[in-house]
Design a protein. Structure first.
Length: 236
């Protein structure tokens, strides 16, 4: 694993269930994500895309094979190690998961406010800066109910930005957005790679964003069947 590699999976297999109900859902997944790259993972429903995302994002344990994330092996890693790695990652989902009773700014800073050494004033400055980066400087005090779907997803992106993650994992973040809003969200994520060296892995069914990807992986029946582009390595 080189200094330019942030994720490397080799021979990754995964099962769900137990006994006779046990079913293999991933088969010998090999992939490498380069620092600063923007990778799209595509495939039909049930192909294993979200399972790959949760394994690489330290949201579930690696059962078989090797996954190295930011230089650390995940197979056999304990809860404390996985938690520390997750703190260096940002997660965006189809549902923006905003707290309806909190303003856009409050939603963005609620995670950083609990960090040691971060007072309210610093958190608010960082949150306002992040919302400015996504074009919402004039909506800091808006409640989610008063924001469009595209603006809510921008708040979710700002919430990731404020933590300055090494890697962003996004699961269908554009599915509920119109074409222009979807393009805005993807362009914001791509700028993270250019400006901060952040690696993004985005799971999607959305063909509208494929031309913005550095690389596209296609998953079928738990196997990588194709890879296009040059900044992500994979081997089915």
């Amino acid at each position: 694993m080189t200094s330019q590699t942030i994720i490397a999976a080799r021979g990754l297999n995964h099962w769900f269930g137990h006994g006779e109900a046990r079913k293999q859902v991933l088969f010998d997944i090999d992939l490498t994500l380069a620092r600063g790259s923007f990778t799209v993972l595509m495939g039909p429903s049930g192909s294993g895309k979200t399972t790959v995302l949760t394994l690489l994002g330290c949201l579930r344990g690696v059962q078989d094979g090797s996954v190295q994330a930011m230089g650390q092996e995940l197979h056999g890693a304990g809860d404390a190690q996985l938690t520390k790695l997750r703190q260096r990652m940002g997660f965006i989902f189809q549902s923006h998961n905003l707290h309806e009773s909190l303003s856009a700014l409050q939603n963005v800073i609620m995670g950083v406010q609990v960090r040691p050494g971060v007072d309210d004033a610093l958190a608010r400055r960082a949150g306002a800066h992040a919302l400015g980066l996504v074009g919402l400087s004039d909506r800091l005090d808006y409640l989610p109910a008063n924001l469009s779907g595209g603006h809510k997803q921008r708040v979710a992106v700002a919430r990731v930005l404020v933590g300055n993650p090494a890697m962003v994992l996004a699961d269908e973040p554009t599915a509920a957005l119109d074409k222009d809003s979807a393009a805005d969200v993807v362009d914001l994520l791509k700028r993270l790679g250019t400006q901060r060296g952040t690696t993004t892995l985005l799971v999607t069914h959305d063909p509208r964003i494929l031309d913005r990807a550095d690389s596209i992986l296609t998953l079928e029946d738990g196997k990588i069947v194709s890879c296009t582009g040059g900044r992500t390595g994979s081997r089915a």
